[in-house]
Design a protein around this ligand. Structure first.
Ligand SMILES: Nc1ncnc2c1ncn2[C@@H]1O[C@H](COP(=O)(O)OP(=O)(O)OP(=O)(O)O)[C@@H](O)[C@H]1O
Length: 675
């Protein structure tokens, strides 16, 4: 993807002349508006002229037509047929007007002239009627087509984006493209109308130009001259709008985010307790004012361009009608022809005006559609491969061999590796614990294990027995791992879906959902819900009920378990659970291990890993030591990291135990859970 780099091209139209607001600095750490030199279209825009636009027109129309054909081929045929028919009717109407005027302005009595003009007048009326009928057919079919095109375009990019590598989703450049492409799907919808209008204006123009050329050859260039200024105006204005959109796309999203935060349920408590409301509102206003300044700049610039264009247009109109008068005065054109010429000039100039306007709009929208296509291309390039080497049916172990991994950087920042030469194993059918300080890389290790990320190029290998995960069928890796990550998602759906979505490819089985709920202890909480499994979790929609942090965590564990995967990865599964619930979860996990299920457990509660078959201790992105609980606790063994941390926890716990003589006995679960 092209990055924001030193190829930036500054032009007088380049936006973001306004200084960076304090709000941007404080809330987002810097400027959100961009120079647009990075943009692939920039070169095209700078060279944009009527000629390049005309050259690009067939390609633009073809993009619109391709999407429209995918959306509804029948409606497209109606639109095309109706528009071509309208053009023909218009041309026939003009020819008939010419004939009628010829008869009316000829010599002879009024009756006779009207009688001879009558058939031509009937043709004029009929062509107007046919044109009107065709226009309504085209309007109806266009209206039908537009939402379908938007749906097809939206489905297309969503269908691609949900399959890209997680690294792409974490890449802010990809997000910027995503922002623009979202707008591109709307543009695809608008493009249909502009395509129809362009087609219509084009056909009307050909009709008017044909008639004018027949009347007098000098009239056609004059017609073109009249239209040039408005063409220049629409091009210039839409060019400025497009550049501005790209520069401010993230600024707009950030401003929108502030508005959302003020009304969002998740933030509501803090907004009130910490009186965040006025703070956010102030910054919302400041951000909005930056956008307003940009809008004002655009409007003023459009007004100036409009004035210049109008003046040029006035001169061109004077020239045209002056030339017509000259032809009439010199006797090189008779009155009937001049009358038709005036009509044809009016029709032709409004068609040409329309055509240029529509082309400019079409061009602007097509640039957004091109962003959309660029996103689709990028998403395809960064898609998770759909095929690969088969994993063995019965894997013995997953082995990390000198794995180094770096998260994508942001902006100019060059990131440091998060994992450095990590070598460890996950033997199947065992409970493997990953422990270590905050930020030591535990969650990152399981993301790599689950196939969500790959080691850096040349950064070691993850082996599923003899199969390299980098070349393996990733779908098979995903299928083997049930992941309850720290940031498991709280789907705003029913309890049934929140658990069943662990295996969405099959119909949700209530019996299995209940078993999964019983596994984590969520069954008791579900029994108290008004609508059992059909209860909507989360407020904000009708009938929604909120769950506590611990209850959500049980739902998360149930979801991972419901998947029935070979490897169950639970990252901090019990951080929000009370002591009894925590004990229950660990008992269940031990039970699973006894039945041959592989469990990878990440926890800071070191007493919970005593029963693990293997404990890996991470420190600063490296593996500090590995072994069983007894091995790691044995004096003089290994790096002593685990032993040290365990003793700190044990001492803290022992200090806080009440004296048995003065206090009631501690709950059995707490005592059992104590180291
Ligand atoms: N998506 C991400 N993009 C960039 N950096 C990340 C991302 N996720 C984690 N990191 C960084 O990687 C490092 C390791 O994070 P990780 O979540 O693996 O640690 P952890 O051992 O699981 O920590 P904790 O015990 O606090 O959950 C951290 O310094 C963190 O800032």
């Amino acid at each position: 993807m092209t990055r924001h780099d030193d190829r930036t091209v500054k032009t007088p139209d380049t936006p973001n002349a306004s200084p960076v607001s304090d709000s941007e600095r404080l809330l987002f750490g810097g400027e959100l508006a961009y120079d647009v030199g990075w943009d692939q279209h920039e070169g095209a825009w700078l060279k944009l002229s009527l000629w390049t636009m005309a050259k690009g027109l067939p390609r633009m129309v073809a993009t619109g037509l391709r999407l429209a054909r995918l959306a509804d081929a029948r409606a497209l045929r109606v639109v095309l047929g109706a528009e071509v028919g309208r053009g023909i009717a218009q041309a026939a109407g003009l020819v008939a007007v010419n004939a009628a005027l010829g008869h009316i302005l000829a010599g002879g009595g009024t009756d006779e002239r009207l009688r001879s003009a009558f058939p031509a007048l009937v043709v004029v009326a009929l062509t107007a009627l046919v044109g009107s009928l065709l226009r309504s057919a085209s309007t109806a079919a266009t209206g039908e087509l537009e939402p379908k095109v938007q749906r097809v375009a939206t489905e297309q990019y969503l269908g691609l984006v949900h399959r890209v590598e997680l690294a792409a989703i974490e890449d802010d450049e990809f997000h910027r493209l995503l922002d623009a492409a979202r707008y591109g799907a709307d543009s695809a919808r608008r493009m249909i109308r502009y395509c129809t209008n362009t087609l219509n204006s084009g056909i009307s123009l050909v009709a008017a130009a044909g008639v004018l050329t027949v009347l007098h050859p000098v009239l056609l260039p004059l017609l073109v001259l009249m239209t040039l200024p408005s063409g220049w105006r629409s091009l210039t204005v839409s060019r400025q709008r497009y550049l501005s959109f790209h520069a401010f796309v993230q600024h707009a999203r950030a401003g929108h985010l502030l508005g959302q935060l003020l009304t969002q349920r998740e933030a509501a408590a803090e907004v009130r307790v910490h009186e965040v409301g006025p703070f956010l509102l102030r910054h919302f206003r400041e951000m909005a004012e930056t956008s307003e300044r940009e809008q004002t700049r655009l409007a003023r610039s459009a007004a100036k361009v409009g004035l210049v264009a109008d003046a040029a247009s006035g001169v061109a109109t004077l020239l045209t009608y002056g030339a017509l008068g000259l032809l009439l005065w010199s006797g090189r054109m008779d009155l009937a022809v001049a009358g038709t010429a005036v009509l044809a000039i009016r029709t032709g100039s409004s068609s040409l005006d329309g055509l240029v306007l529509q082309m400019a709009d079409l061009h602007q929208e097509s640039l957004f559609v091109a962003d959309f296509e660029r996103l689709c291309t990028e998403a395809k390039a960064r898609a998770i491969p759909e095929t690969g080497e088969d994993l063995p049916d019965h894997v013995r172990e997953v082995r990390f061999e000198k794995v180094t991994f770096t998260y994508p950087g942001s902006g100019d920042h060059t990131p440091e590796p998060t994992l450095r030469e990590v070598s460890l194993t996950f033997p199947m059918g065992k409970v493997i614990a990953l422990v270590g300080a905050n930020g030591s890389g535990k969650s990152t290790v399981v993301k790599l294990l689950a196939g969500l990320h790959q080691p850096d190029p040349g950064g070691g290998t993850i082996w599923w027995d003899e199969v390299d995960a980098a070349t393996a069928d990733r779908g098979q890796i995903f299928a083997r791992v049930g992941l309850m990550s720290q940031s498991f998602f709280r789907w705003p759906f029913t309890v049934r879906v929140n658990i069943g979505i662990g295996r969405p490819t099959r119909p949700i089985d209530d019996r299995a959902v209940r078993e999964a709920a019983a596994f984590s202890g969520a069954d008791r909480f579900i029994a108290g819900l008004r609508r059992d499994l059909s209860t909507l979790l989360g407020r904000g929609y009708r009938g929604g009920q909120e769950a506590s942090g611990g209850e959500w965590q049980m739902i998360g564990i149930s979801r991972a378990w419901y998947k029935g995967a070979q490897i169950l990865v639970v990252d901090e599964p019990t951080s929000a659970l009370d002591a009894v619930a925590e004990q229950r979860v660990f008992d269940r996990i031990r039970g699973l291990a006894a039945a041959g299920q592989t469990v990878v457990l990440i926890t800071h509660r070191l007493h919970s890993v005593r029963h693990a078959d293997l404990i890996h201790v991470m420190k600063d992105g490296r593996l500090a030591e590995s072994g069983t609980f007894a091995e790691l606790m044995a004096e003089g063994n290994g790096a002593g990291e685990f032993r040290h941390a365990y003793r700190i926890q044990a001492a803290a716990f022992a200090d806080s135990l009440p004296s048995p003589r003065t206090e009631p006995a501690a709950a059995p679960a707490e005592v059992e859970g104590a180291p």
